[in-house]
Design a protein around this ligand. Structure first.
Ligand SMILES: [Zn+2]
Length: 309
């Protein structure tokens, strides 16, 4: 059985974002604490005992604290059920939480060599002692089975694949530590339970839905999908910034080539938006945007949402 916990549902900055006075952030601070969300990450387990994180958000410490499945087992002085972290990109949102895992528990870090190169070029990540925290390069279209700290198989099979997207924004205009072709900077994952054969997809960043991607996702029991913005010019229209969703490598939920339309009719069991930016009106309960998404069969999750497959 696959057990999944949404540790964080929000995009970078979270909801509310510390310096944001937009309508959603104001509502989250005042009358609607139910829409407060931490930054995107998911935990997954095949046995209910050992867990793998997909991305380590800057809110990781808070997320672990509020998730009983990730607490040290009773009676152990030092222990963590977190057996590994799988990184889908090298953005701050995905890697900063690693710095909250520096207290000496062994786990394995799985990432594309481009992402590992970003970590290697930042000396602050040396705080994760290489003896305790093994780095394992992952490759596009090559499935792997994450291992438990003692080397035993986890029962999971993870298939990374390339997603239309863009590189880490803080590297824009700079030479990439691992070369500059952009490959491997944004990965999607298929995570499969080897015992049952059930699987889900994780795509927290995706710039557009290609025909290849549609055929990949068709028939999946569960898809977590990029829900950063409702409309492409949302940040500009709200006066919050000068970037479009596309400019940040994120598809919009709505619109002609948006996620809702692009993934319609693909026979996906459960469609869950993830990485939802605080500017996105679909976060507000009762908003027209949320109703539209829900009527199209999408879930707008909150932190702590649990799913079993
Ligand atoms: Zn805001």
């Amino acid at each position: 059985m696959l057990r999944i916990v949404v540790l964080g549902a929000a995009a970078g900055g979270g909801v509310p974002q510390w310096n944001c006075g937009c309508a959603v952030c104001r509502a989250a601070r005042t009358d609607h604490p139910e829409i407060r969300n931490s930054q995107a990450s998911v935990a997954v387990s095949a046995d209910g005992e050992h867990w793998f994180l997909i991305n380590a958000s800057p809110d990781l410490r808070y997320q672990v604290t509020r998730t009983p499945q990730l607490h040290p087992k009773p009676g152990a002085l030092r222990h963590s059920p977190i057996a590994g972290v799988i990184l889908t990109n090298g953005e701050i949102d995905a890697v900063a939480g690693l710095l909250s895992m520096r207290e000496g528990s062994p786990f394995t870090l799985y990432a594309h060599e481009r992402v590992l190169a970003i970590l290697k070029s930042n000396s602050i990540f040396n705080v994760l002692n290489a003896e305790n925290v093994k780095r394992r390069p992952i490759e596009v279209e090559r499935a792997f089975e994450p291992a438990l700290p003692d080397g035993a198989p986890s029962g999971l099979e993870v298939l990374p694949f390339e997603v239309p997207g863009k590189g880490a924004w803080y590297l824009e205009g700079k030479a990439h530590p691992a070369g500059n072709d952009g490959a491997g900077d944004t990965l999607g994952l298929r995570v499969l339970d080897k015992a049952s054969g059930k699987y889900f997809y994780f795509l927290a960043a995706c710039a557009r839905v290609t025909d290849d991607l549609k055929s990949r996702l068709a028939g999946a029991a569960l898809v977590f999908f990029d829900g950063t913005v409702w409309r492409d010019d949302e940040l500009i229209a709200a006066g919050l910034g000068n970037k479009t969703g596309q400019g940040m490598g994120h598809i919009s939920m709505s619109g002609d080539h948006g996620a809702i339309e692009s993934l319609a009719g693909l026979d996906i069991g459960r469609k869950v938006f993830l990485h939802i930016n605080n500017s996105n009106p679909a976060l507000l309960h009762g908003s027209d945007e949320r109703k539209t998404a829900e009527q199209a069969g999408w879930h707008i999750p909150a932190d702590g949402m649990e799913i079993t497959l």
